[in-house]
Write a protein of this length. Structure first.
Length: 187
């Protein structure tokens, strides 16, 4: 019985080690112990790799929602979200901003992203850049502009700011949606 278990585990590891199964909506990148991160990106399907010599990493290639909200718990560093952002408007009003940033991985640049940033791109790029660029755009507008019909233009401005930093890193900004803008101190 024990012999069958050992053989079963060994066969599963060796035979299973030859394949990487990429589900729909995902892509895979391969690290080769001799050549580093390979430039090819694998799409959905079953692909061959060299067991023990190559390691495959799956990445979500779908549009990702990065929620900015007062209810977010940041106890996990790679949480796809952030606390509400405090910002100061051009007319010197302190506000909190909540919303959603839609982004996805640029499949063509995935090997560059994985090699230069790693798999923790949310805590290294998305969170700090989103906070910084949102604050800088809000600082150029009055409280009235942020809370009225100028909101769409401000969302587009934040999206453009994010895109200038995200794109060279291997991320694509798909949209910025502000949901709540409140003066601090209001209940």
């Amino acid at each position: 019985m024990f012999d069958k278990l050992v053989v079963s585990i060994l066969v599963d590891e060796v035979v299973g080690g030859f394949f990487i199964s990429v589900p729909p909506g995902h892509v895979a990148c391969v690290y080769d112990r001799g050549r580093g991160v390979l430039p090819k990106v694998w799409g959905p399907g079953l692909h061959l790799k060299i067991p023990f010599w190559q390691v495959a990493k799956l990445f979500n290639a779908q549009t990702l929602e990065y929620n900015i909200s007062k209810e977010i718990d940041l106890s996990h560093a790679e949480m796809f979200g952030d606390e509400a952002i405090n910002a100061v408007t051009r007319d010197n009003k302190l506000i909190t901003v909540e919303g959603t940033i839609l982004f996805k991985i640029n499949k063509n640049m995935l090997p560059v992203l994985w090699e230069n940033v790693g798999e923790r791109f949310v805590s290294k790029i998305v969170r700090p850049v989103s906070r910084s660029r949102t604050r800088s755009v809000i600082a150029n507008h009055t409280f009235s502009e942020v809370t009225t019909n100028h909101r769409k233009a401000i969302e587009k401005e934040i999206e453009t700011e994010l895109e200038t930093i995200f794109r060279p890193k291997g991320l694509i900004t798909e949209g910025v949606l502000l949901s709540e803008v409140d003066p601090i101190g209001r209940k």
